[in-house]
Design a protein around this ligand. Sequence first.
Ligand code: SF4
Length: 385
Amino acid sequence: MAMMLLAAGRSLRSILHPRLAGAAAAFSSAPSAASAAAAEAERTIREGPRNDWSRPEIQAVYDSPLLDLLFHGAQVHRHVHRFREVQQCTLLSIKTGGCSEDCSYCPQSSRYDTGLKAQKLMNKDAVLEAAKKAKEAGSTRFCMGAAWRETIGRKTNFNQILEYVKEIRGMGMEVCCTLGMIEKQQAEELKKAGLTAYNHNLDTSREYYPNIITTRSYDDRLQTLQHVREAGISICSGGIIGLGEAEEDRVGLLHTLATLPAHPESVPINALVAVKGTPLGDQKPVEIWEMIRMIATARIVMPKAMVRLSAGRVRFSMPEQALCFLAGANSIFAGEKLLTTANNDFDADQAMFKILGLIPKAPSFGDEEAPAPADTERSEQAASM
Ligand code: SF4
């Protein structure tokens, strides 16, 4: 973009009256007061992803003027991804409620009275039927969530889930699981069964984390991510905003993710869905501007990641969601429910895709690099920037 403007400035000067040319020169050389978002986006485009981000660097990107941050998030997004493509994932709760953990935002914790009824692991037919429906509705990734602390000591259930993974992978879908903490051997078994990705969110910054969960540590979470990475499974890890954290905590979360040995393949950005009965039941809703700031910062500091506009999307209007896609989000959860809370209506999402010119992203298997945007998209991109 800067190059295009420079080139335009030069050719303008060559055809203008000398006095006007002087004014044009003054315009093109006016101090640009480039924001950190502009500088880091340009560096990301030039040098590619990096894992040596300092926290102040990410804070400076995050603190950039909002429209500038949005613009440069869009710039990185269009450089790295096919910008019209949006991944559709369906998340199904295969084992609901009765969880021993104390995550303050979660209606599935047995410690809070939210009226949620605990259920056993769903049977194979029901899970496969849900996956089939999700595929027919356009989802390419099927994610199964189980409300428990860890998979250790759950051999029968775990073996059942391995079966589900094999079957759903056989249907031509990417498969993801979120089953709490897992050990290295379990990660390896999931990989062998055909698992594409494992979700394990860090939720918030290391400093704020003890305010949200006390029953497992931040390092426990990082340990699970390490097991997943070592097994060769893609990592899906992000967090939630609106937990009462400070902006520095949002930056802290992004900093931890962006300095992992490899950036997560997917980074879900969730806006808290406050559920009555949980300790965070009265939190005030997150503003769209806060989501845009998180998404654009995540896009600039982790350029190749699928940045997922996740929980809380149901509260945002189509124009608000459009700004999130522009800022760099390229993945959503599709389907009526997100584990136990409401999600966007299927027909409304289809209408949104049509109006915004979005297209579903095809599934991707194996470890190949994401293809560069097609030349045609680069041209569209140049024309529209
Ligand atoms: S977020 Fe997961 S681990 Fe925490 S209480 Fe809910 S189901 Fe349990």
